[in-house]
Write a protein that binds this ligand. Structure first.
Ligand SMILES: NC(=O)C1=CN([C@@H]2O[C@H](COP(=O)(O)OP(=O)(O)OC[C@H]3O[C@@H](n4cnc5c(N)ncnc54)[C@H](O)[C@@H]3O)[C@@H](O)[C@H]2O)[C@@H](O)CC1
Ligand SMILES: [K+]
Length: 482
């Protein structure tokens, strides 16, 4: 598991650390790490290569200047462009000058255009808002790879939002820990490859604000049958989905639950015949009332939003087993507040809205997707999985998890139905609902990636890759034997 800390928490930890280490040592450590990554990006030839530093008014620029001094010592031709000449970090500037670095304050276009590598030290953790015009104009001239210091300037540090001109980096060096910008939304895409440089901050950081699951974590958590298990001990998943208009949603959701674990799956709804034909191992009935005992329900995909769908949703909620409510079920919950009364608040529930469904339920998402998901999770007492390029999973107790997508292949019609089936089967296995949603999100994205292999895919293809995705996740969790 990887931890992510907000800028406020990073700054508090930095202040504690600064109080007990010699002046300037932290910045030099950070800059040394930065220079090391820069050298790797310049390799194999380093001497005589041209590195241009874009230097802003704060410590972020200071890091760039100190890194410039380290690079000079390795024979790199370094030019620093000062965007706020009066406020450039004095010690960093002196160090660069001492090593023979060039410093310019105007006519910087050529230095930017001719660079082999540009280091973005315009702004860091203290910045808010997009690049200002002078910086934006220079950044536009860049054609070389860009190494961002802490974050690509112009991207919001705590949300990853991009609301105007911002740097797009080839790689980003982060100091001490990962911050939200490195894993969230557009910002995460703008970071390129993220390198973590240890500056001794970890002991000063408390519990992470956001968790990022890794393949091995999900592989370890994924339920597989043991020697004493049978079809019931693995959990029975109930699927209440589909309608005569949308039988496909039921097919995809049921298929996902069938492939995800070896527990039993029951389907209840109008698509029973189609389900039986493709998934003979599924027990089908026409209604939730006749379905028999399940350990978790998936409700919503393709079920419609009319009076009969509302009735079905109420029955599912009254069953007092964990529920994954998706798609039409979310719209119904937004429309009919009385439906919440059917639910036992102590029974786990996962809602899986996209932005429009979220807006119906809890208002506009806005820039801060983690805060929005946490707000809704707390208000409704449910786990909220907010879909998007980075999936956010928030629990009512304040836990937040992000699954930063490495691709967008899963953004296809019907793919949400697959996700709901995966979540349902993990809930039925007894997994904590927050982890269930996080694990399902990762398996889902990976299945999309495996299916796509570089070309767009329908949700059915993603579904067929679920077993392979689970294999990859479980393999990552296996100890490496020499
Ligand atoms: N505090 C520490 O001990 C350490 C800090 N480090 C570096 O320090 C950085 C934070 O430094 P600072 O707090 O000085 O702040 P920044 O370097 O983020 O810069 C803030 C400055 O930029 C200006 N500014 C704000 N928004 C702007 C915008 N959109 N466009 C242009 N200028 C803008 C502000 O007036 C302020 O002067 C980190 O990102 C990291 O790079 C590292 O050296 C590691 C150690
Ligand atoms: K930066």
């Amino acid at each position: 598991m990887k931890g992510v800390w907000t800028t406020d928490h990073v700054r508090e930890a930095e202040n504690r650390l600064l109080a007990r280490v010699p002046d300037g040592s932290l910045m030099r450590k950070a800059a040394f790490g930065l220079a090391t990554v820069a050298l790797r990006m310049l390799a194999p030839r380093v001497t005589g290569r041209r590195v241009t530093l874009l230097v802003g008014a704060g410590n972020n620029g200071g890091d760039a200047l100190w890194a410039g001094a380290f690079l000079r010592r390795r024979g790199v031709a370094v030019t620093a462009v000062l965007l706020a000449p009066d406020r450039a970090h004095p010690e960093g500037l002196a160090a660069l000058r001492k090593t023979g670095g060039r410093v310019i304050t105007e006519d910087a276009r050529e230095a930017v255009r001719a660079a082999d590598l540009v280091i973005d030290g315009i702004v860091g953790l203290s910045a808010r808002g997009p690049l200002r015009p002078a910086a934006a104009e220079l950044v536009e001239q860049v054609s070389a790879p860009v190494l961002a210091v802490d974050l690509p300037s112009g991207v919001e540090p705590d949300t990853g939002a991009v609301n105007g001109p911002a740097v797009t980096a080839t790689a980003t060096v982060t100091f001490g820990c990962h911050k939200p910008v490195h894993v969230l939304g557009e910002g995460a895409k703008r970071c390129g490859e993220v390198h973590l440089v240890d500056i001794g901050l970890r002991p000063e950081l408390g519990e992470p604000d956001i968790t990022v699951l890794e393949h091995a974590d999900v592989g370890r958590l994924w339920p597989v049958p043991g020697p004493t298990d049978d079809k019931y001990t693995q959990g029975v998943t109930g699927i209440s989905a589909g309608s005569s208009a949308y039988p496909g949603a039921a097919w995809l959701s049921t298929g996902a639950a069938t492939l995800a674990t070896s527990g039993m799956v029951r389907y209840a709804g109008p698509a029973a015949e189609a389900i039986r034909a493709s998934w003979p191992e599924v027990i089908t009935t026409g209604s939730v009332a006749d379905a028999g005992r399940v350990q978790a329900w998936v409700v919503g995909p393709g079920m419609g939003t009319g009076a009969s769908a509302k009735e079905v949703l109420a029955q599912v909620l009254e069953a007092e087993v964990p529920v994954c409510a998706d798609a039409d079920a979310i719209t119904l919950l937004a429309k009919h507040e009385d439906l919440w009364d059917a639910r036992d608040p102590a029974t786990p529930m996962v809602l899986t809205p996209h932005d429009r469904e979220f807006a119906r339920l809890a208002g506009e998402v806005g820039d801060d997707r983690v805060a929005a998901a946490l707000r809704a999770a707390k208000r409704f007492g449910v786990v909220v999985l907010l879909k998007g390029h980075s999936t956010v999973v928030a629990a009512p107790d304040g836990r937040a998890l992000v699954n930063p997508a490495r691709s967008s292949w899963a953004a296809t019609a019907g793919s949400g139905d697959v996700l709901s089936g995966l979540i349902g089967s993990l809930l039925a296995s007894g997994m904590d609902p927050w982890l269930a949603a996080g694990c399902a999100a990762m398996a889902h994205e990976l299945a999309g990636e495996l299916a796509a292999e570089g070309a767009p895919i329908p949700a059915g293809a993603l579904l067929r890759q679920v077993p392979d995705a689970i294999r990859v996740l479980r393999a990552a969790a296996e100890p490496v034997t020499p």
